[in-house]
Each structure stands twice: as C-alpha cells, then as structure tokens.
Design a binder for this molecule. Structure first.
Ligand SMILES: [Zn+2]
Length: 460
C-alpha cells in the first residue's frame, strides 16, 4: 500500500474502501536506491555536465520543434507520476533513425525520432518514456558508476567521497556519462526494475502498462536492423509481458485506459515523411566536423557589390562574399566562414526546381518545393502565409521559414535559423528559387542585404 503522506482520516477512508472491495490492491513499486557514491545534487550535476556535450555529439531537434514540444508535454505528464526524488526532468528528441532512447542521471531523457516512427500509438511511446524516467528514478547510471569506482578506489578514498566529490573523483578515473558511456548500458536487473516502475508510472498516468512491454517485444521481433542499439543499452530481461502483467494485477483494476490522442496522430504524420540520420551518418558527420564554426568577420557584408552571370540569372552580391558553384549549377553565395562542406549558416542558395507537373499553379509549385526542401531539413517550418512578390517583373512567392542552424548557440545547442524562400516562375515553367539563410539572431541585421541582393536579380 502507498502510505507516504496519509493522514489518519485518509487511512480510515482507504481501509473502508478496502473492506468494501476486497479485491482492491494498490502495491506500487518502491524505488530501490542501492549503493551510490553520488549525492542527489551530484547526480543532477553529473547529468547536466553530460547533457551539455550531447548537442555536439547527436543531432537534436530544436526545442521549438512541434515534435520536441509534444514529447516534452508527454514526458512531463508521465514524470509527474514518478515516485521518489523529484528530479529536474527534461525531454529531447534526437534526429536519429535507430529505435532507441536513453536517460542521463538526474533527469535528461533522449528519445530517437525512429522510436516515434515505430510507435503505433501514444501508449507505446509513453511506455518508452516511462521506462527511461524509471532509470532516472532508480539512479541506475550513478549506481553503475559507483560500483565501478568502488572496484577501482581504495576504501579510505571511497569513504571520503561518499556524497561529496564523487563526480570529480569519477572524472579523475577517466569515467563519464557521455553518449555510449558504459554506465548508460543497463543490466538486465536494471531493465526489469525500470519496466516495473515504468508500469506503475504508465498506470498512474492513465495508460495500459502492457503497451510498454508489448512495444519492446514488437521492436524485438520486427525491428530488424533498427533496434539493436536499444537492446544493447536496454538488454531484454525476458518475460516482459508476464511480469508487467503480474505488476498490473497488484493495482486496482481499470475499466479503460488511454491509448492514443489527436496530438500523437498529428506528430506521427509529421514524422512519417522525415528521414532521420542513421548512427553511421551521425558518426561520419562527427569525423568531418560537419558543423560550421563560429562565423568570422566576413559575414558582415561589404557595401560594394559584384555581379554574377549565371546561365539562368544575373545577380549582384557583397564583394567580400564568395560564389560556390558555377554558371550552370546551383550556387551558394555566402561569406567563406558561413558555409561548411554540407551546410550553409549565412548566405543565399539559388537553384532551379524541376517541376513534375508543369500545369500546376505557382502556389502548388512552391509547396511542392517546400516538401522537397523538408526532405533534407526535417525541422523546416513555415511561419505566417506565403506572399505574392514581383522581382524585376517576374511573379513569385515569398515564404518565411524557421529551421535548425548548423551554428551552435552559447550552450552548445543548434541555434534557430531563419530562412527566407523566394520562388519565381521561369518561362519554361520551372521554378527559380532563392533561400536566404541566417541564424535567427542575425537575420534582422542581414535582411537589408538580402533584399538588396534580390532587387538586383534578373531571371533569364
Ligand atoms: Zn532500459
């Protein structure tokens, strides 16, 4: 029985209810906090230190993404029912295809986009998050690290760091909670604990706890090549469905559970068209240093303009910016320090979009182009409505977008990016389009330059 903060009167009520319905049981799992060298404060600090490194190692969707916001909402709803210490939970979505999720000590929880794509209803996704929250509650990460440290340290030191200095001692031993850390790989015992506690959290939030066990069994049988990472971090303890059933039998029976929501179905539609990165692609990006460094002084546009003659257009641009591409290809005009091998942080990309349906309207063409741009920039979102625009007499559309910048903010997270898309109808029916790009914080100061560039454009 749950007896935490019950008054005498409350006990009397519980007793009366128990007597009236003898089959009513209420036996929640109590967090088992085993040997741990970390104080609660150090636990939070350990997780936050590791979390600060994550954006450099994994492609996170920005907090402004509707997908992240949905997962945050669901996560906090579940976390409100987590027993024990009230950790500062936070929820993040990794733009990664593999089905996986992990939690850092003291609250940060990460869910891969592939997990959302694989979940058939809200209850299944809630199961994964409840399971991760339970790893936090049970402090599995710091307990695993404590075991390792106890094996490596002399007793005298061990006694001295109990609850103070465990974190710095851990660093001295060269141990950490980063991506791929040994301490984030759970034992089968930890897995079973997280399942049982997760079952209670699911139940208390209104979900059928079986959805969690069934999702794990489903990805094991169907997941193929996308799930091994999950089972390497969360090894299958076996008989999940059976022991979760046994746990549910200890709780008051419910007539109905929530299993899905309109929000989940909307998010499912959104993620269905996205192409998250594979673990290999992420590792390759790390090696190439795929992100743009701090922009240099050349981002500030020179007042002098230079012109570019392209087969499809003519345009002028600040003379201290560079042209990447040639007169027949797509071109990017940007400050040297604003581009990397595969990303543009500052500048303008100009290209021709070949239409599949030449009879479609400019509006339809612009939206077809937008969907194709989203294939490689899944975060791209339109803000406001398209507007009609004329550039040197040619009719077009102007669309404001936000997305994720390759530039990192001061906290190491991907900054938000503002993109201004202009599409123009060519006489052959195809679209000439320009995307003006800058991080949100710099877009306002570059906008006059972008408008000046656009005014010089002549479509051929
Ligand atoms: Zn687990």
């Amino acid at each position: 029985m749950k007896a935490s903060s019950c008054t005498v009167r409350c006990w009397a009520v519980v007793l009366a209810v128990c007597l009236a319905t003898p089959q009513l049981l209420d036996a929640r799992v109590t967090p088992t906090h085993g040997f741990d060298l970390f104080s609660a404060q150090e636990e939070v600090q350990a997780g936050q230190q590791a979390a600060a490194q994550i954006p450099k190692q994994l492609p996170l969707l920005p907090d402004s993404s509707p997908i992240t916001q949905y997962v945050q909402h669901l996560g906090h709803e579940l976390a409100a029912h987590a027993p024990g210490e009230q950790w500062p939970y936070s929820f993040h979505v990794v733009n990664q295809k593999d089905i996986n999720a992990f939690a850092l000590p003291g609250g940060p929880v990460y869910v891969n986009l592939g997990t959302i794509q694989a979940a058939d209803n809200e209850a299944e996704l809630a199961g994964v998050i409840a399971h991760e929250i339970s790893h936090v509650v049970q402090r599995h990460g710091t307990r695993a690290a404590s075991k390792q440290m106890a094996a490596q340290l002399p007793l005298a030191i061990l006694g001295g760091i109990m609850g103070r200095g465990a974190l710095s001692q851990m660093a001295q031993l060269g141990l950490s909670f980063g991506v791929g850390s040994y301490f984030l790989k759970n034992s089968r015992q930890s897995e079973k604990e997280a399942d049982l506690l997760g079952a209670d959290i699911m139940y208390d939030t209104g979900f059928n706890p079986q959805a969690m066990a069934q999702f794990f069994e489903k990805i094991q049988s169907q997941g193929g090549s996308r799930a091994p990472q999950f089972f390497s971090d969360h090894p299958d303890p076996g008989n999940r469905v059976e022991y979760v059933s046994a746990e549910v039998d200890t709780l008051p029976r419910k007539q109905q559970y929530r299993s899905d929501s309109d929000e989940f179905r909307q998010i499912k539609q959104e993620v269905a068209g996205m192409k998250p990165l594979t673990a290999q692609q992420i590792a390759a990006g790390q090696k190439q240093g795929g992100t743009v460094g701090l922009p240099g002084a050349d981002v500030t546009p020179s007042g002098n303009m230079r012109s570019l003659n392209h087969d499809y257009f003519q345009i002028s641009y600040p003379e201290n910016w560079q042209v990447f591409g040639d007169r027949t290809s797509a071109v990017t005009i940007a400050p040297q320090s604003g581009v990397s091998q595969d990303a543009v942080a500052y500048g303008v990309m100009i290209n021709v979009y070949q239409l599949e349906d030449p009879s479609a309207s400019l509006d339809q063409d612009t939206h077809a182009l937008l969907s194709s741009l989203r294939q490689s920039n899944p975060d791209l979102r339109q803000i406001g409505n398209d507007e009609s625009i004329r550039v040197s007499g040619v009719p077009g559309r102007s669309v404001d977008l936000i997305g994720t910048s390759p530039v990192r903010d001061q906290n190491g997270r991907p900054a938000q990016e503002r993109d201004w898309l202009v599409t123009l109808e060519r006489s052959d029916g195809n679209l000439l389009y320009l995307v003006f790009i800058a991080p949100e914080k710099d877009f306002g100061s570059l906008r006059p330059t972008f408008e000046q560039i656009l005014r010089t454009l002549k479509v051929r």
